[in-house]
Design a protein around this ligand. Structure first.
Ligand SMILES: *Cc1c(COP(=O)(O)O)cnc(C)c1O
Length: 526
């Protein structure tokens, strides 16, 4: 309603009433006015009605929603299902233009406005979380691995002869696969062990820089957020090398944005040396469905090259998820989540410490990983031959899964895995020969104390069971999914654990004979 309409309405309804309503509506409109004027993430979250009002205003600015409109092109934002249209608040044109994902889309003024506001608010989040001198960022509707690949391909364009990526090893497949999928050649640099913790092997990186030669290297790729006992990479030292040897530095900051400590380390690295781009996941840092990433950096030219490299238009659905989330949280809501996470992290440390003490284990001493924690599992590994060694560990892993605990990782430190034709010794542990098996658990944004209590309670029961169970009663030899026969065995175990769970008992707890379970494996094999 504009002021003219209100004046007309006063002919129908007493004007004092109308004035009340004018104020109420103005109040909501002012939220949008302030947001666009200041391009600033509001401190206080908006109520849902204000968000929906603004969204529907934006949607009505897109050509597909014009009352009179004829689209005669091949892409006119037509959506046949009403449910789909509603799910997207009728914004169907996506974002960007074929030449640049950051360009304003002429058919979608409202959507374009939304992405501009999202990028402004995300940049603010990056700055207040610690990277205060970041100059720009943009959201892409692809997850972290794909975004890293896009960055790698862009960095490569300026270095025609280069094909190597120096990569500080982290055992997470997508960060490795993005190098392979970009058609580049990884040089894997295992971290070094310092006490319990795994640190960047800065010397080995420098040795490779000298051997291979800067011109042949696309970039050094470091990683901040990772599973303990790996620490966040030594960003300052890597950045210093990148500057000294004139090699780009790409940081995989997948879930690092939620940690002020990690964000400050990116800031410091950019001051002391060279950081070109850092990439973070939207779902891992902002509690939205999987499907987006934020590409950020210190040099607008580099960022612009990446936006230009993005082929075609992009979905605005993940952008809208972020838009709604940021507006509804406000900076205060987000900061509250950040401080809650820290508290719960401490709670995890305390509670896991108690379990460790109870079973003669210990927490690994990790100083430079603000999110993930690890506890040794020495008493569950038996040293009579490598084969049976990890049986209880795999069993622990599936038992936790069957008890609805996800996200904890059991690492034997002896597994070998093939990823894209590269052999990783000690898969999961980020290096060869890590001295003990362990379990990791993390406290990332959105986690609650009751999540920790549930996890710890289940872990306590499961370890207690496993310690009492003779190894000969356990059938799972490995949790590897790479090898066909193992994955069949694993499926069989999960199937049999599932049946037992349905019957209210677990395969170990019920003491059923291993022969009957073996036959179910055989049946699956047939
Ligand atoms: C999650 C994660 C990735 C991959 O993220 P996707 O969003 O699934 O592509 C890469 N590296 C690290 C360290 C991660 O945690």
């Amino acid at each position: 309603m504009n002021s003219q309409n209100f004046a007309i309405a006063e002919n129908l309804i007493p004007s004092s009433y109308i004035q009340q309503s004018v104020n109420a509506l103005r109040n909501r409109e002012n939220l949008a006015k302030t947001l666009m004027e200041q391009r600033k993430w509001p401190d206080n979250g908006w109520d849902d009605a204000s968000i929906e009002l603004f969204l529907s205003n934006l949607a009505l600015m897109d050509s597909n929603n014009f009352r009179e409109h004829a689209g005669v092109g091949e892409r006119e934002g037509r959506v046949v299902s009403n449910l789909v249209a509603k799910r997207h608040y009728h914004m169907t044109h996506g974002i960007g233009r074929s030449e640049n994902i950051a360009e304003v889309q002429p058919n979608a003024t409202g959507s374009s406005l939304m992405i501009k506001l999202v990028n402004a608010m995300l940049l603010e989040s990056i700055r207040f979380m610690g990277v205060s001198s970041a100059t720009g960022c943009f959201m892409v509707p692809i997850a972290t691995g794909m975004s890293l690949m896009l960055c790698l391909l862009t960095l490569k364009q300026d270095r025609p002869g280069a094909k190597f990526v120096l990569w500080s090893r982290i055992d997470q497949k997508s960060c490795f696969k993005c190098i392979i999928s970009a058609g580049l050649q990884p040089i894997i640099i295992d971290p070094v062990q310092c006490g319990d913790e795994l640190h960047t092997d800065v010397q080995a990186i420098e040795a490779q820089l000298l051997t291979i030669g800067s011109d042949n290297i696309v970039c050094i790729m470091s990683t901040t957020s990772c599973f303990a006992p790996r620490a966040s990479d030594s960003l300052e030292k890597i950045a210093t090398l990148c500057q000294k040897y004139n090699v780009p530095h790409l940081i995989n900051n997948a879930y690092g944005l939620q940690s002020t400590r990690i964000m400050h380390s990116i800031q410091d690295a950019s001051k002391k040396g060279r950081v070109d781009v850092f990439v973070q996941s939207t779902d891992k840092n902002f509690l939205v469905p999987v499907g987006g990433a934020i590409i950020a950096g210190f040099d607008k030219n580099v960022l612009e090259k990446i936006t230009k490299n993005y082929p075609g238009r992009a979905s605005c659905s993940p952008v809208m998820d972020i838009f709604i989330t940021l507006l509804s949280l406000g900076t205060n809501g987000y900061k509250e989540l950040i401080s809650q996470r820290k508290e719960v992290h401490q709670h995890l440390r305390n509670e896991l410490g108690k379990i460790a003490a109870k079973y003669g284990e210990r927490l690994l001493d990790i100083q430079n990983n603000p999110i993930s924690i690890a506890m040794t599992l020495k008493s569950l590994s038996v040293s009579n031959g490598a084969e049976s060694d990890t049986k209880k560990l795999s069993q622990l892993s599936s038992m936790m899964y069957m008890r609805h605990v996800t996200g904890c990782r059991v690492v034997s430190s002896v597994e070998v895995k093939d990823v894209c034709g590269y052999k990783f010794d000690g898969w999961g542990a980020h290096k060869i020969n890590y001295p003990c098996p362990y379990i990791t658990a993390g406290a990332s944004i959105g986690i609650t104390k009751s999540d920790i209590d549930f996890f710890v309670q289940k872990l306590d029961k499961v370890i207690s069971r496993l310690k009492k169970t003779p190894i000969s009663n356990i059938e799972t030899p490995s949790s590897s999914e790479g090898n066909d026969s193992t994955s069949i065995r694993r499926k069989a175990t999960i199937a049999s654990s599932y049946r037992s769970a349905v019957n209210g008992v677990n395969s170990i707890e019920d003491g059923s004979s291993s022969t009957s379970r073996t036959s179910s494996v055989d049946n699956l094999r047939k």
